[in-house]
Write a protein that binds this ligand. Structure first.
Ligand SMILES: Cc1cc2nc3c(=O)[nH]c(=O)nc-3n(C[C@H](O)[C@H](O)[C@H](O)COP(=O)(O)OP(=O)(O)OC[C@H]3O[C@@H](n4cnc5c(N)ncnc54)[C@H](O)[C@@H]3O)c2cc1C
Length: 393
């Protein structure tokens, strides 16, 4: 995949935005445990950055996903992962299903203002008892006339306290677990919705994350995205963009972490010479840069498959798995090379380490990616068949 002048123009716009509008404020936002999402998103909406792949009819740019990858990669230059994560929720996690499967009416009411940066979106899938196992979702949306009445609890919801709407996964029938779920757009200010305190996190500290409680929340049934009962499948499709976003976003964050470390090690001396001059160190840094380039190639290959209409599940899962592992390897190595300074909470390399640790957990942990990959390679035992076989043996 080669970036054209148009891709480069988007990258420059993002880079300038990150440098001028985000990075000067990241210290303040990290300390506050939140950033002003409405203010930041409005500026991004004005630049056309929140709807790169979204339909032009609703204010998007209507470009293919390679442009979104160009955007996500550049967003990785933001020095506060919580801000990039929140932006990714808006563009790649809470709105892809709405854009693809939502009615025109629903898109006009929620997608268009999300693209314009006038409404903040959240994705509400995870629950206290259903993270990796999305099928174990317990939240119920019971039909009552023209409405759904929603009851349940969602956990670890990014943008929660600032959101204007949730893209919520809930059970709408008693059918089997993969066929009873629906995605519903739920405005966040309805009676019956309440929030926990902001969750005190290891990293991503500038994004507001909370539990969301739904207690007899009444939502019109027209807020259903696509078909009732197809929510699990639509969420699995939506996850592909989330996973590509996470993989692409990590690339430049890792490179910044590496570059900051190289600069530090050039200056820092031990035993009369810069630490960087130790072959064990500069070889290791070169190895990590090579790994980042390999991940970049995988992300681009997955993107090409996706924009050509292929099934990207295997490649996106591989990219997400590799990104989860490599972000740990790169940032942990950098913390090591910064020594005591790397152990300091306010150190930028320390922040990369904490922020990027989420890559291997959120949106499907490493082990979940391995499960998908093995299934698609045809080497995973079918759980029920395996259990029956064990019984017969
Ligand atoms: C900062 C943050 C922001 C988040 N934002 C959102 C959000 O906006 N919206 C949302 O819906 N969710 C969000 N999440 C939730 C996130 O997607 C889940 O945490 C993630 O899917 C893992 O689920 P879990 O925490 O319940 O882990 P569990 O499902 O309890 O799994 C724990 C660990 O067990 C291992 N494991 C699980 N299953 C298997 C298996 N089958 N085989 C082998 N090992 C396994 C994995 O290592 C996994 O990490 C967020 C989480 C965090 C921490």
């Amino acid at each position: 995949m080669l970036f054209t002048e148009e891709h480069k123009a988007i990258q420059k716009t993002v880079r300038d935005f990150v440098e001028k509008e985000l990075n000067p404020h990241t210290e303040e936002w990290e300390k506050a445990g939140a950033f002003p999402a409405h203010e930041v998103f409005k500026k991004m909406g004005d630049l056309g950055l929140l709807g790169i792949t979204k339909p032009e009819a609703h204010g998007g740019l209507g470009l293919d996903y390679s442009y979104q990858v160009a955007f996500s990669e550049e967003l990785g230059l933001c020095q506060s992962g919580g801000v990039s994560l929140a932006i990714g929720v808006q563009t790649d996690m809470a709105t892809p299903a709405l854009a693809r499967f939502g009615s025109n009416e629903l898109k006009e009411e929620f997608l268009a203002p999300a693209i314009a940066g006038e409404k903040v979106a959240s994705i509400a899938v995870s629950e206290p008892g259903a993270g990796s196992d999305v099928a174990a979702t317990k939240t119920q949306a019971r039909k009552d006339g023209d409405d759904y009445i929603i009851n349940g609890t969602k956990m670890w919801i990014t943008n929660a306290t600032q959101a204007d709407f949730f893209c919520l996964l809930a059970n709408t029938s008693d059918d089997p677990a993969h066929k009873n779920k629906s995605l519903i757009v739920v405005p966040s200010h309805l009676p019956g919705i309440s929030f926990s305190e902001k969750l005190n996190k290891f990293g991503m500290r500038s994004s507001d994350t909370a539990q969301v409680f739904f207690d007899d929340v009444r939502v019109p049934r027209r807020n259903l995205i696509g078909q009732e009962g197809a929510g699990f499948t639509m969420q699995m499709i939506q996850f592909q963009e989330e996973r590509l976003f996470g993989s692409a976003m990590g690339l430049k964050s890792m490179e910044s972490c590496l570059n900051d470390t190289i600069e530090y090690l050039r200056e820092r001396k031990t035993f009369g010479q810069p630490v960087l001059h130790n072959q064990v160190i500069h070889y290791r840094l070169a190895e990590l840069q090579t790994e980042i380039e390999a991940l970049r190639a995988l992300v681009y290959q997955a993107t090409e498959t996706y924009i050509n209409g292929g099934d990207v599940t295997k490649l996106a899962s591989m990219a997400k798995l590799k990104a989860g592992r490599l972000t740990r390897e790169v940032t942990d190595t950098c913390v090591q090379y910064w020594g005591g300074m790397g152990y300091m909470f306010d150190n930028q390399v320390n922040r990369y380490h904490r922020d990027l640790r989420l890559t291997g957990i959120g949106g499907g942990a490493d082990e979940i990616m391995l499960g998908i990959i093995t299934k698609l390679m045809g080497i995973a035992p079918k759980v029920q068949a395996y259990a029956a076989q064990q019984k017969n043996d």
